[in-house]
Each structure stands twice: as structure tokens, then as C-alpha cells.
Design a protein around this ligand. Structure first.
Ligand code: AMP
Ligand code: MG
Length: 353
């Protein structure tokens, strides 16, 4: 597999879904002549990505409207760029304590606990490094080693004090929920939709997929796992009631003047974009927050580190794709994943406990 073939892609697509563009589309649920219930869909932009919610049931239209509003509220609270957001306030607090809303304190608390759990592979304070590499402005550049060393002094989740709803960062530190916010928001929306009586829905938040229940006919959702090497889907994963989240530097990267590719997931130990044998890693978890944090963190850890982590915390599944075209998947989902014939030459390895 050649790296040059990589393209910016949403890693997961829903098989059979036609994306009609960035428009708000809210259609009423209706029963067809055959008696099958048609889905209600809403599509919009939020959290710097493309979002599509699909739900079934007679109250689905109203429920999705509430879900979309909730996403907008979370974005307003968690944005790093909107001056009125809670995260912006924290990042401009000059070392002073800031009081957060309950929901924001929870997502930050979760990110900190996963930072601890992954030995700092997830680093919620990596933002200054992202800025140095130009990922926050779009003006990408390769910083020199000294600059990176200086920047790493402002990075380190252990220096954050979170006490109830009050948070305090050291001066110069900045929080970024980029690796956890979409998954956490998916959980919040899942909760909201379930409360409104929705038992069958699919949330696609920029490629983070969350399945509520199964399809209305009771069968599993069939999700296409996007190839990190360019066009096409590697294979199809059959799931119900799960979050399926992929990370990889193929999603967002730039090519430096040295001809090298530099991706948006940073190794917090070095301050450099992750460079290891992984092309992508997909996490299949009960909750979006776990899928989102682990896909980023285990991408940082690399194949060996990801497998070790899974053996120590086997409450999720993973599909890892290496740069040289091998697939590693955990034993429980081996039967739920089927490789597309176009990728039939890829070697599939089952990870066992
Ligand atoms: P994801 O797409 O969920 O893997 O998250 C990637 C995003 O998380 C990046 O675009 C950054 O905003 C941020 N990020 C990059 N590296 C890390 C890291 N090591 N820990 C936490 N967040 C990161
Ligand atoms: Mg993530």
C-alpha cells in the first residue's frame, strides 16, 4: 500500500447512504405502501464537521430537532474558537480558576481520566502543539525542535486542577476536546433520543458512528469501514447499539517542504505528528466517549501498544489497519467484519486474549 494514495476522507460511511450536501433536511417519518417505516434524517454542519442523524419512529422528527439543538449547544460550550465558549474562557484564563457547566466539567473529567488510563497518549492539553504545526489555522508549517521543546512545557494534563465544576490550568496551557467531544456529544444525543422514545437510530458525527439499537426490522446495521489508503470501503462491519470510531493521520495531514506527510494526531511525548505502522484504527465500544478517546490514544500508541491496552482492558473491540496493508481485529468481532473483495489481498490477523 503506498502512502501517496492517501486521501482526506471520512473514515466511515453508511452503506447505501447518499450524501446530498450540507443542507438541513428534515423529513417526516411515513409508512410506505409496503408498510415499512421510512427514516427521518437531519443533516447539518457542526463541531467542524458534517453531521447526519437518521432515526425511525413516529416521533423521530421532533426528537431529531431536539438532538440538533443539543449539538449546537454543546458546540457553543466546547468550541476552542468561539469567544463565548466555556473552553475558550478556560484557555484565556491566565491561570485563574473558571467555573464550568456540569456537562463541560463531565467531558473534561472524562478526558482527564482517559489521559491517565492511556498513560498520556490521550493528551487533552495538546492544543499549543497543534497550533505550532498550523492545524488550528490551516497554515501548516514544520516547527523546529527548539520551538517544540518550548511548547511541550505548556502541555500536560497532570497540571490541570479539576475540582467539582471548577477548573484551573497553568498559565499558557490550553484545552482541546478535539479527540473526545464528538464521541461524548454522541452519547449525550443518544441519551436524549432514547428519552424521547427512539429505539432505532444512527448518528454520524463526522465519521464517528453511533448506532442506537438495531435497524427497525431488528437486524444489525451494516457499516462500511473506509479504507485509509484512498477510495473505497475496506469491508463491512455488522453492529447494533455500538459506537464505531476511527482515527488516523490520513484524515487530516499536510505535506511539508521536505516532502513528508504530517498528520493532525500528535504524539504528546515528542510533540511531533504520530508516525508509526498504523494507517488507521477503529474502535467499537458501548459508548461514543470511549470509542473517541481510545481511537485517538491507541493510534498514538501504535499497533503493539494498542494490542497490549486491549488485553488489559478488553471491554471494547478494535480493527487496526497497518501501512503495509494488514488488518488486525479482536476475536469477538472477527465474524462481524467482512472484507470487501477489492481488498481481498489484505492479510487479516485475529487478536486473541
Ligand atoms: P480524533 O479525530 O478523534 O482522533 O481526534 C484528533 C483531534 O484531537 C486532532 O485534530 C486534535 O484536535 C486532537 N489531538 C491530536 N493529538 C491528540 C492527542 N495525542 N490527544 C488528544 N487530542 C489530540
Ligand atoms: Mg478521538
Amino acid at each position: 500500500m503506498r502512502k501517496e494514495n492517501k486521501r482526506k476522507r471520512r473514515p466511515l460511511i453508511l452503506i447505501g447512504t447518499v450524501v446530498t450536501g450540507f443542507i438541513l433536511l428534515l423529513t417526516a417519518a411515513r409508512t410506505t405502501m409496503q408498510g415499512t417505516v421510512e427514516p427521518v434524517k437531519t443533516e447539518f454542519l457542526g463541531m467542524n464537521t458534517y453531521i447526519m442523524f437518521t432515526a425511525y419512529g413516529s416521533d423521530a422528527g421532533e426528537a431529531l430537532q431536539a438532538a440538533e439543538q443539543k449539538m449546537a449547544d454543546l458546540e457553543s460550550a466546547w468550541s476552542v474558537t468561539e469567544e463565548s465558549s466555556e473552553i475558550y474562557q478556560v484557555n484565556h484564563s491566565n491561570g485563574e480558576p473558571v467555573t464550568l457547566s456540569g456537562e463541560t466539567a463531565e467531558v473534561v473529567g472524562y478526558a482527564l481520566s482517559m489521559a491517565e488510563e492511556t498513560d498520556g497518549a490521550l493528551e487533552p492539553t495538546i492544543y499549543p502543539a497543534l497550533t505550532a504545526w498550523g492545524f488550528t489555522t490551516g497554515e501548516n508549517r514544520v516547527p523546529d525542535r527548539e520551538e517544540i521543546q518550548e511548547i511541550l512545557k505548556r502541555v500536560g494534563y497532570r497540571k490541570i486542577i479539576l475540582n467539582g465544576n471548577q477548573i484551573q490550568l497553568s498559565e499558557g496551557m490550553e484545552l482541546d476536546l478535539g479527540a473526545v467531544g464528538k464521541g461524548y456529544a454522541g452519547d449525550v444525543v443518544t441519551e436524549l433520543l432514547k428519552k424521547q422514545g427512539i429505539t432505532s437510530a444512527l448518528l454520524d458525527i463526522g465519521g464517528n458512528i453511533q448506532a442506537i439499537g438495531a435497524k427497525p426490522d431488528g437486524t444489525d446495521w451494516q457499516l462500511g469501514i473506509r479504507s485509509p489508503f484512498g477510495e473505497g470501503t475496506l469491508g463491512v462491519l455488522s453492529v447494533a447499539d455500538k459506537a464505531v470510531v476511527t482515527s488516523g493521520n490520513y484524515e487530516r495531514y499536510f505535506v511539508g517542504s521536505d516532502g513528508k506527510e504530517y498528520g493532525h494526531i500528535i504524539n504528546p511525548e515528542t510533540g511531533y505528528p504520530v508516525e508509526n505502522e498504523l494507517a488507521s484504527i477503529t474502535i467499537i465500544a458501548k459508548e461514543g466517549r470511549q470509542g473517541d478517546t481510545l481511537s485517538t490514544a491507541l493510534y498514538v500508541k501504535g499497533l503493539g501498544g494498542a494490542i497490549t491496552y486491549w488485553k488489559e482492558h478488553p471491554d471494547f473491540d478494535l480493527i487496526a489497519v497497518t501501512d503495509d496493508g494488514e488488518i488486525y481485529l479482536t476475536e469477538k468481532i472477527a465474524d462481524a467484519f467482512s472484507l470487501n473483495s477489492a481488498f481481498g489481498n489484505m492479510k487479516v490477523n485475529v487478536i486473541e486474549k
